[in-house]
Design a protein around this ligand. Structure first.
Ligand SMILES: [Cu+2]
Length: 503
């Protein structure tokens, strides 16, 4: 009867991933008309399932907020159901929360409609919804259902056996030997029939489960190879590619590698982090040379083992982070191998940046020329699973707020949150943890903007940022983290490195 438990095994789908690695919650800061909002979306543990949404308004004059989950693209994005109302918190009138049904896996957006004293406003928050694995039924529930199933099987066998034996007897008569034999025959026949039905049902269930498991999201692992001349070759993986049709049905949002769109000016944002010390950190932008192939001449990167995180965004607005590792050899070793002088730039160029031998600090990270980056945090411990504003101030060597900040790739700053074991990774901007390309697609703008057009994109800026930069993000799990914060000052990218512990 374990078969029955198996047959009844419900495939539940576990936590959802997004662009980042093991950091599923979405934090987005933006404007709905005149209203400034901080939106947190916690994707469902099961798909289809219910996402939780929390919206914090910066102002007190918001009276009502409605939320509506929509597919990013396709028919579903046009024929919207009625939106759901959110509930205003009685303790905090600027806080609204609600629930959203997420029906399929893929690229979604949550339309947030705000009403208040200054009229109406709307905001779209991208949400990538996938499931990483299938969860088995609880053992106790399985045992209970198996017992109930056994009772049902015994019941149908007994009923049909009794019917064969006694159906045509008058009241009070006893069945004779022939009727008893007929009853036993029917019991045997019923048992065979029921067992056959269970076996076939089990096979049907297993095939459905297998089809479902194929839709589970697997984190892609890229292959990285370093040529002797320090040219890095990356081969992306697509473990989530599905056939066009599965059991006659079109799978939702096929993931393909020939549809990548630029995200803040680049098709790929590549991060190299030395492990396990996390002292060397590089943020690079390889060029696409073919479908799923990227290449770049590396700047000088100190020898060692590096963890790779490569952020890409698909045309559907679906963001992915491909992970991998690479060993960087010693510099002189590489000099010996090449014939002729090194043509590679020694320092990162253009939008590329990096830092070697960074000393991570709890509050004040030294930058170049005596200046520093200060994490503006209070003494309260950091808690996992809640939105936190991470604020940093750039200071000159004499402690005055820096005045020479410039946008770096169209934004006031870029932050990367990595757990010290490398398992959790998130690339975050002042607008939040969403991919900026997905924000454009959600807002109905073309995402294929070249970096020179980035000024046209909301959330991007060309005017001078102030000395302070802030990022909304929440740690997905308690543990130790490293935060790398990047800003641009007078044409030069500075990287601050911070230690954080989430309770
Ligand atoms: Cu960035």
């Amino acid at each position: 009867m374990r078969k029955l438990a198996l047959l009844l095994t419900i495939l539940l789908l576990s936590p959802v991933l997004s662009a980042h690695v093991n950091s599923p919650d979405v934090f987005y800061q933006g404007h709905a008309g005149p209203y400034q909002l901080l939106v947190t979306v916690r994707p469902p543990k099961v798909v289809p399932g219910i996402a939780q949404i929390e919206i914090r308004c910066a102002d007190k004059d918001v009276t009502q907020i409605q939320v509506l989950p929509l597919k990013m693209q396709g028919t579903g994005s046009k024929y919207a159901p009625a939106s759901d109302a959110t509930e205003r918190s009685s303790a905090d009138p600027q806080m609204f929360s609600g629930k959203l049904w997420i029906m399929t896996r893929g690229s979604w957006k949550v339309q947030v409609q705000v009403e208040g004293a200054r009229g109406k406003g709307e905001l779209a928050v991208p949400l990538a919804s996938v499931s990483n694995n299938s969860v088995r039924m609880q053992v106790t529930l399985g045992i209970l259902l198996s017992i109930l199933g056994l009772v049902l099987v015994a019941g149908i066998v007994a009923i049909l056996g009794a019917a064969g034996r006694e159906a045509d007897l008058s009241a009070g008569d006893q069945p004779d030997a022939a009727k008893k034999k007929r009853g036993r025959r029917r019991e045997v026949f019923t048992t065979v029939f029921v067992v056959a039905a269970l076996v076939l049902g089990n096979a049907w269930w297993n095939s459905e489960a297998a089809a479902n498991a194929r839709l589970n999201y697997k984190v892609p692992n890229l292959q990285a190879k370093l040529q002797p001349d320090f040219v890095l070759n990356l081969q992306l993986e697509n473990p989530n590619e599905l056939p066009k049709r599965i059991f006659g049905m079109e799978p939702p949002d096929r993931i393909v590698l020939d549809d990548l769109v630029p995200d803040h000016g680049h098709l790929m944002h590549l991060f190299l982090v030395s492990m396990p010390d996390m002292k060397n950190f590089y943020h690079l932008h390889p060029e696409q040379t073919g479908v799923g192939q990227f290449k770049m001449q590396l700047p000088y990167v100190p020898e060692g083992s590096y963890q790779i995180y490569a952020d890409i965004v698909h045309a559907t607005g679906f963001p992915e982070t491909q992970i991998g590792t690479i060993e960087i050899p010693k510099l002189n070793l590489r000099l010996e191998k090449i014939d002729g002088p090194i043509t590679a730039a020694q320092e990162p160029i253009a939008d590329d940046s990096g830092i070697a031998q960074a000393v991570a600090s709890e509050k004040i990270s030294p930058l170049s020329a005596g200046s520093r980056m200060v994490w503006l945090r209070d003494e309260a411990p950091l808690k996992a699973n809640q939105p936190i504003w991470f604020r940093f101030r750039m200071e000159d060597k004499d402690g005055k707020p820096a005045t020479d900040l410039e946008p770096y790739m169209g934004m006031a700053g870029h932050a990367v949150f990595i757990s010290t074991d490398g398992r959790i990774f998130a690339h975050v901007h002042p607008a939040g943890s969403v991919s900026m390309a997905a924000v454009d697609i959600a807002d109905g703008r073309a995402s294929s903007l070249a970096s020179s057009d980035m000024g046209a994109m909301p959330g991007m800026q060309h005017d001078r940022p102030g000395a302070e930069v802030s990022f909304p993000y929440g740690f997905p799990q308690p543990g130790d983290y490293r935060i790398f914060v990047q800003v641009k000052r007078s044409g030069h990218v500075e990287t601050g490195s911070f230690i954080a512990h989430a309770r």
